[in-house]
Design a protein around this ligand. Sequence first.
Ligand code: AMP
Length: 249
Amino acid sequence: MNDLKPDRVAWLKGAAFNCDSIAVATHSPLRLVLLGAPGAGKGTQAELLSTRLGACHLSTGDIFRTAKLSNYCDRSPAMHEALNSMRRGELVSDEMVLNLVTERSRCLHCRGGFLLDGFPRTVTQAEAFEKVLHENGVTLNAVLNYEMPLEEIVNRLSGRRICPQCKAVFHIVTRPPEMVDVCDHCGAGLIQREDDLPESIRVRMTTHESSAAPLAEFYQRRNLLISISAEGTPEEIYDRTISALRPRI
Ligand code: AMP
C-alpha cells in the first residue's frame, strides 16, 4: 500500500535535501490544490491520494511542524516568528510562505505530481503561486474545495492526533490507531497539535472564514474549482474525490 508514497524530504527540509523515494510514474502527473477549512480532511485525502496515486503531499503546515522539531538555534529569525504565529493559530506572513514554496519549486516537477495542502491560503498567495506555476511551465488539473459544516469541523479538530515522525493523521473516534496513541505506520507516539487546542481552533476558523470565499472565487474564475462534500468516512470522501476528478485526469 505504501509503495508509491514519496518521502517528501526536499519539501519538508528544503531544496538542499534530496528525496530518497520518488513516486513511480504510473499515470500522467496529478497536480492539485486542496482547499477547505482546517479539519475538513484535506490532509487525510492528500495522504490517501499520495499513497494510492503517487502524487507528493506538499503541506506547508508540515514544513513548519518539521522546523519545530529542529534544533532551536538552527531556526532563522523568520522561522521563529512563523512558529509563533502558528502556535497562536494565526497565519504566517504571505512573504514567508511564498519564499518557502518558491525555494521548493523543484517539487512542482515531481514525477508523480503533487497535492498542495494548506497553500495557497490567501488570494495574494494564489496570485503569486500562479506566477510560480507559469515560470515552471506547470499547470494544475484542478482545485478541490472540501466543504463541511462548522460544528463538525470543531469535533474533528479536537479529536485529531498526528504522528510527528511520518505525519500520518488519526482521529480518536473516526480513525483511531490500532494501539492507543501509537502510529500504525511507523510506531512513533501520536501527539495533538498545539493549534488543535480550543483557543487556537477558534482563531483558525475565523481566519479561514475570511479568506475561503475569495480564494474559492479566484479558482472558480479559472474554471479549476471542484467542490466536494467532506462529510462521511475518509473512504467515502476519497471515492467522491476520484469521481469528481475523473473528467480532468
Ligand atoms: P495547516 O497544517 O495547513 O493547518 O497549517 C498549520 C499552520 O501553519 C497554520 O495555522 C498557519 O499558522 C501555518 N500555515 C500553513 N500554511 C500556511 C499558508 N499557506 N499561509 C499562512 N500560514 C500557513
